[in-house]
Design a protein. Structure first.
Lengths: 293, 262
């Protein structure tokens, strides 16, 4: 640490610009939402009516909000689970150099840099029940039973969104796992091989324990991602059919700009903050428990 | 022994090919579909009749402002948090990082109200605030990690030679931490370029809209004309794909330092 004459003054001077932004666009909005969530307000008129906890009571009785919570859990469990398992296996495959590996790695990561909105649009068209290529493909290869209106069925629509998210973000997991695996000393693998360990045993007993820091990071990123999920839902289903694909963000958008219930939208935002805070606390606990390095 | 090695290789290649196919097939369908109906004419039509270049310009304008602001503030804050000593530093660091967990939608209503009160709705200024808060924290991690890796002795030597702290930052620390700063530039660029929620709320006038918002408009405009819709989608993603493959090394190389390190 450098300690010289004007270190203190400069230190504050350098962090102030960013802190100001975070205050205005994070701290103030949090306070605003908490205050607003106790009011009934359409967002246009000046007058707000204080209604106490009414918004929260309604929220926890709202069947659509139950769907929102269920979708959050489904999204988090499936995307984190699948992306971690696939990411780990694919990264393990890429551990050894082979012809074309680096290009393959680059291609697998590519969807992560594309806009989810555009990806959603592409898949929306591909999955069109009448003119989409997916159903034509299924019919052409004789898998007619797979051809269906997946996005307009409330039972399957949200899983389609989950699968597209997995398509987009598995490469991200691969890249992080690959980087972590590159940090593992080769001697360890050599020693295990000499002892006659199989590929699976090496993966289970050496690689997985040593990359658990990455697994943990990906889990946090994934759960937060599930909480934030908006873009794919917005362009593919807009929360439908029959509100089956509503997420926190899409339902909040609907309450704000669809039904003009700002107080209700703010109550949803507050629940979102609380969940984000719980995740942060768990995260800090885990860092402090020093099981990671 | 030889045989199993050969088998392993074949399996590796088969799985790799399958992976590449899964990623590329939707893109290939997009290209194939974009030629349906009018062939290359679809592209000419989208490029000439629908002013797609205008939306590109808007996106570039917003993105350049955001990249400059985010990276500049991240460099200042990252340097202070890494190399300078002042009371409350750790608290400030945790405070800034807590914005990492901030869901964009949760600040949507208040930020919209702020912009509405300030009368800056439908201007690009209204996007800068939320974008900075949503994008800067992640890149702060990257930039700070870069400075952390820089030995103090280098900076101390410069200071002893009479260099001011500010000069030491810009003339020595920044050039030496180019890879992590480059990575912050690229990720800020991508996050700003791909942002949808705020762009769709704040910009109401069509001539102001950014490129990510515009496909939903095309969707309404072209309706059943898949060919032109696909052509417009491909035109939108191709620049990002090209930039990605050129800068690929920078995009992913430092990702582990940024994400894994505490």
């Amino acid at each position: 640490m450098i300690n010289y004459r004007n270190s203190k003054k400069l230190g504050y001077l350098f962090v102030i610009p960013l802190c100001v932004f975070v205050f205005v666009f994070m701290v103030y909005p949090i306070i605003y939402n908490i205050q607003n969530s106790f009011h009934d307000w359409n967002g246009i008129e000046v007058e707000k009516t204080f209604i106490g906890l009414q918004n929260y009571i309604e929220l926890f009785r709202d069947p659509i909000f139950k769907t929102v919570l269920k979708n959050f859990a489904l999204f988090a469990v499936f995307t984190v689970g699948v992306q971690c398992v696939l990411g780990l296996l694919i990264a393990n495959l890429f551990r050894k150099k082979f012809f074309g590996r680096d290009i393959a790695k680059a291609i697998v990561f590519m969807p992560a840099v594309l806009s989810s909105v555009i990806i959603g649009q592409i898949f929306f068209r591909i999955m069109d029940p009448n003119v989409g290529y997916l159903n034509s493909f299924f019919k052409a290869v004789g898998l007619d039973f797979l051809a269906g209106a997946w996005l307009s069925d409330p039972k399957t629509a949200f899983f389609v969104i989950i699968i597209i998210n997995i398509w987009q973000w598995t490469g991200y997991s691969v890249t992080l796992y690959y980087g972590a695996m590159m940090g593992i000393s080769n001697d360890m693998y050599e020693a295990a091989k000499i002892d006659g360990a199989s590929g699976f045993q090496i993966l289970k007993s050496i690689t997985i324990p040593l990359v658990r820091g990455t697994t943990y990071n990906l889990t946090i990123i994934g759960v937060i991602g599930a909480l934030k999920q908006y873009d794919l839902v917005a362009v593919m289903t807009a929360g439908g059919p029959a509100n089956s694909t509503q997420t926190f963000a899409s339902y909040m958008y609907q309450a704000s700009f669809g039904t003009y219930r700002q107080g209700y939208a703010s109550a949803i935002a507050v629940v979102m903050f609380i969940i984000a805070m719980i995740i942060t606390i768990i995260q800090l606990r885990m860092y402090n428990s020093k099981t990671l390095y | 022994m030889k045989k199993t090695e050969a088998m392993k290789k074949i399996v590796t290649y088969l799985i790799t090919l399958l992976l590449i196919a899964i990623i590329l097939i939707p893109i290939l369908i997009l290209i194939y579909g974009s030629l349906k109906g009018g062939g290359i004419k679809n592209y000419i039509d989208v490029l000439t009749n629908y002013h797609i270049e205008m939306y590109f310009k808007n996106s570039i304008f917003v993105t350049v402002i955001v990249v400059v602001m985010v990276v500049f503030m991240d460099i200042l804050a990252g340097f202070a948090l890494s190399k300078l000593q002042f009371p409350g530093k750790n608290f400030i660091y945790v405070f800034l990082l807590s914005a990492l967990l901030l869901p964009a939608a949760a600040i949507m209503v208040p930020v919209f109200q702020i912009s509405s009160k300030l009368g800056i709705l439908n201007t690009y200024i209204s996007l800068v605030g939320p974008y900075v808060v949503l994008i800067a924290p992640f890149n702060l991690l990257t930039v700070k990690n870069g400075f952390d890796a820089l030995p103090n002795t280098v900076l101390e030597a410069a200071l002893i030679d009479g260099c001011s702290t500010f000069k030491a930052l810009w003339k020595i620390a920044v050039p030496m931490c180019r890879p992590s700063i480059m990575m912050a530039v690229i990720w800020t660029f991508l996050s700003s370029w791909n942002e949808y929620l705020f762009a769709s709320i704040m910009l109401r006038e069509e001539s102001m809209m950014t490129i990510t918002v515009i496909p939903t408009k095309f969707q309404q405009m072209y309706g059943g004309n898949t060919g032109k819709l696909f052509a417009s989608l491909f035109i939108i993603i191709i620049p990002v794909m090209i930039v990605y493959f050129i800068l690929q090394k920078f995009v992913t190389s430092g990702m582990n330092d940024g994400a894994v390190k505490e």
